[in-house]
Design a protein around this ligand. Structure first.
Ligand code: T68
Length: 843
């Protein structure tokens, strides 16, 4: 019953489905009210703000679905090439405002709702924040979807529909506490459950070989079979009718499986195995930078990969093309190595099921896949033990060995007897615990490999992937990250958006950030500067209330809002930031009371970010921030000269309040270790000045906005190794400067309490152990902070630099990034569908 029959009744249905929903005030109101009554089954007397959010969302969803269905219908008719973006993570954040903005219906809805007695902004606040990702990598995937839709690229996002996203962070007695995030609690009006899109996924079992017509045929019989079901999430473009799909898979038990257990007559065992199947997409792994090697994680990866490849193949087969045309119609982008098994899965299906020759299959795989690397941290590189992999996916391990064998043969012909090369290039890491290097697999199986900022891409070719680079230099590319100005300016900063509209004379900047460069002369205009400061002030007020409610701290609105928000990690050096806060505290205390206001600019220093639950040092950093906050905020002598706050549960919706309110933003990683950073770009767009190291995309930000409009400090990447060596040959009393020594002594002398935790924390930088060269960079960091104070005293100069930061941030729009991926890796053409509201209103 899945195939529609073309007859008179379908003609009738087509006619009935021809019309689009109108967007007059009355039409919007009646569609909202309809959902209240018929979707939510609520009465006039039993109706809350939450119900209002749900009804509004359903009415917006209806409009999204019209665009969404038309979009893929149109792509299909035009026989276009698709890009498949494969990612284990999507940090999409709230949907309602973003959908209204992109559909250009926000003002209509605002008015319609106001007329019904509802403030649209408080309706927005009812939405939970879908947090199906850890940090930058997951948020990048979400920004990319927005740009791919906006630029009319025929694209699909594929991921997993975790029941539990990244944990919610609570702070109890200064410690991080993780609370499970059951985000589907109140339903999810945005998704479309596809009861008819299910794929079987197999695990474990055995591989058998048979000779058939003189040819060896391999088959893999899995012993555990589950089902992946599709949940579709429409992602609308801005200033276009194109709306693309984020398809998330959910694991479910398969009915085939039941038969087996049923026959064995064990009813409860059957139910247990059903629950095990559902458990696979239950929870997102909360590690953003260390590889844990858990079987359940590998099952998640394979589920995403297998369901996605099956879906892509089914779609391709409908076109009735020959296999050799696969790369002409499909590009597959791997968001890090997490979905790298897709390379092997496509090989398996082509060889074992479709019967292609190995070399022909490889050609198709190689030309369609591309891989993005997001880190050079060794502890983050994925290496699956061969026992684990071979047990769960025996045929895949076999294919990996085949790929490796053929690859290494080529290498040894090219470099005879070069054992070092062979062992570093091999997909297999030998040793007592033999592992598969997923990065090597991803490189060998892809026609393009890219880093995420110029410096990072260059480091890949000179360090981590040096031997691969020498083998095939043209494979290696750079694609500097970007962020979407729709969510990060237009939605998050309405005040700045209105100001930019006035400056530009239109809202064209929302899709073309580069035009802002043409208006740089306004940076000196006192009237504009005033308005600019007013906008920042209003954003600071919003954050003020946010902090008061959640942290009980009263911030000084005239103080400099100085913010570092990102995952907590030693390489990001939140520790250096908080040690400087202590330095500042001690300095203020030493200064005679009457001179303090003259010497010190009032500052509100805020930290936010989650620590991986097992990362003890990161958790201790949070403890230290809260200990300092306690001490400083309650010191009567200090008053509002210095406030320290830990902002709990940093996530996308909180970022939308925090970033526009920030004046100084910290991106202070050890040079060479932050692949790119993306929040740095959001802060710059919102007129914040950066204090930062020459790392990741900061280098390119400095190129664009000018070093004189930032506070750059610290060792450059070429100096880091030498500094580490120097440290190894000396006592920390020698490599600590006097300012840092005094700070650490204060902590050790129990100025803040929690001596056990905090001493252990300091040991990560004492005893020749300061891998992230915090001590070496501390003096130069203090000097940069002094420059910050000096500039902040001159409001007009500060504001001028703030304006220039925004106007020169165009390069960091994800539209630029996605255009480069499309042109330089995917070979993909835009395909814009006709906009019915701009033509005849009918399909
Ligand atoms: C980040 N990586 C980079 N990883 O750290 C950041 N890792 O510099 C970069 O801007 C960003 O990617 C986008 O390119 C991550 O966020 C993870 O979250 C992660 C998750 C699971 C496993 C490993």
């Amino acid at each position: 019953g899945n195939t529609p029959v073309a007859n008179q009744s379908t003609n009738k249905i087509w006619k009935l489905m021809e019309k689009y929903l109108p967007n007059t005030k009355e039409a919007i109101q009646s569609s909202v009210v309809n959902h209240v009554e018929y979707t939510l089954a609520k009465t006039r007397f039993d109706f809350t703000l939450l119900h209002c959010y749900q009804a509004v969302s359903h009415s917006v969803r209806d409009r999204l679905i019209e665009a969404f269905n038309d979009t893929y219908q149109y792509f299909n008719n035009k026989d276009v090439k698709y890009v498949y973006y494969l990612s284990l993570e999507y940090l999409i954040g709230r949907c309602l405002q973003n959908a209204l903005v992109n559909l250009e219906l926000e003002s209509q809805y605002k008015e319609a709702m106001l007329d019904m007695g509802y403030n649209l902004e408080s309706v927005y606040e009812q939405e939970v924040d879908p947090a199906l990702g850890n940090g930058g990598l997951g948020r990048l995937a979400a920004c990319f979807l927005d740009s791919m839709a906006t630029l009319n690229y025929p694209a699909w996002g594929y991921g997993l529909r975790y029941s539990y996203g990244i944990f919610r962070q609570q702070i109890k007695d200064g410690y991080q506490v993780e609370v499970p995030d059951y985000w589907l609690d109140r339903g999810n009006p945005w998704e479309i459950e596809r009861l008819d899109v299910n794929f079987q996924i197999k695990f474990y079992g055995a591989v058998t070989k048979k000779v058939q017509d003189g040819k060896e045929r391999t088959t893999w019989e899995g012993s555990e079979i589950i089902v992946a079901r599709a949940y579709d999430n429409p992602a609308p473009g801005y200033n276009t009718f194109n709306t693309i799909n984020l398809r998330l898979w959910r694991s479910l038990p398969s009915s085939e499986f039941d038969f087996k257990s049923f026959n064995q007559g064990d009813y409860f065992k059957a139910l247990e195995s059903r629950q095990r199947a559902e458990f696979i997409t239950s929870v997102l792994y909360p590690n953003d930078s260390t590889y844990a090697g858990k079987e359940l994680r590998l099952k998640q990866q394979y589920l995403l990969v297998s369901a996605t490849i099956q879906d892509a193949i089914r779609r391709f087969k409908k076109k009735r093309k020959e296999w050799k045309e696969w790369p002409k119609y499909n590009a597959l982008q791997l968001n890090d190595t997490h979905p790298a098994l897709a390379i092997v899965e496509l090989m398996r299906i082509l060889i074992d099921i479709e019967g292609l020759e190995y070399e022909d299959a490889w050609e198709l795989v190689y030309n369609s896949f591309a891989y993005t690397n997001h880190t050079i941290l060794p502890e983050a590189l994925e290496k699956w033990g061969v026992e684990l992999l071979g047990n769960l996916l025996p045929r895949h391990l076999e294919i990996i060995y085949n790929i490796n064998h053929i690859f290494l043969e080529k290498i040894s012909r090219k470099y005879p007897n070069d054992w070092r090369k062979l062992s570093t290039l091999s997909l297999v890491e030998e040793g007592t615990h033999k592992t598969i290097r997923m990065a090597n697999l991803s490189i060998v199986g892809s026609h393009a490999v890219n880093g995420v900022a110029a410096l990072h891409s260059q480091l890949l070719t000179t360090t981590l992937f040096k031997d691969f680079y020498e083998l095939r230099p043209t494979k290696f590319q750079n694609k500097t990250n970007g962020v979407t100005p729709r969510r990060w300016i237009r939605c998050a900063n309405p005040g700045l958006s209105a100001l930019l509209n006035d400056v530009v004379g239109s809202d064209d900047w929302v899709i073309d950030m580069d035009i802002l460069k043409n208006f740089q002369k306004i940076a000196d205009d006192p009237a504009i500067q005033n308005r600019w400061m007013q906008v920042k002030r209003q954003n600071k007020e919003k954050l003020y209330w946010w902090v008061k409610e959640r942290c009980g701290v009263d911030l000084n609105l005239d103080s400099l809002f100085d913010i570092q928000v990102k995952r907590i990690h030693e390489y990001k050096r939140q520790l250096m930031n908080i040690l400087y806060v202590i330095r500042r505290y001690l300095d203020i205390k030493k200064t005679p009371a009457e001179e303090r206001r003259k010497l010190f600019v009032p500052r509100s220093i805020m930290f936010g970010g989650k620590a991986a639950p097992g990362y003890i040092t990161a958790k201790r950093i949070i403890r230290l921030v809260n200990a300092v906050s306690q001490k400083v905020n309650n010191d009567q002598e200090i008053g509002d000269l210095l406030k320290v706050v830990f902002l709990p549960n940093y996530n996308v919706s909180n970022a939308q309040v925090i970033i526009p309110a920030s004046e100084l933003s910290q991106h202070i990683s050890t040079a060479g270790l932050e692949a790119s950073g993306t929040s740095n770009m959001k802060f710059v767009m919102n007129g914040c000045l950066i204090i930062g190291t020459m790392d990741g995309a900061n280098v390119e930000i400095a190129e664009e906005v000018g070093e004189e409009n930032m506070f750059i400090f610290g060792a450059r990447v070429e100096q880091v190794e030498e500094l580490r060596n120097k440290m190894r040959n000396s006592n920390y009393r020698d490599y600590f400067g006097p300012r840092l020594t005094e700070v650490c002594d204060a902590i050790s002398n129990d100025l803040f309490g929690y001596k056990y935790d905090l001493d252990a924390l300091l040991d990560t930088i004492r005893n020749k152990n300061d891998y992230y060269i915090l001590a070496a960079d501390f003096e130069s960091y203090c000097e940069a902070q002094q420059r910050v104070d000096n500039l902040y005293k001159n409001k007009s100069e500060w504001t001028k630099k703030s304006i220039l930061n925004t106007l020169r941030s165009g390069k960091f729009s994800s539209d630029r990034t996605i255009r480069q991926y499309a042109e330089e890796i995917w070979d993909l053409e835009p395909c814009e569908i006709p906009n019915p509201s701009k033509s005849e209103q009918e399909r």
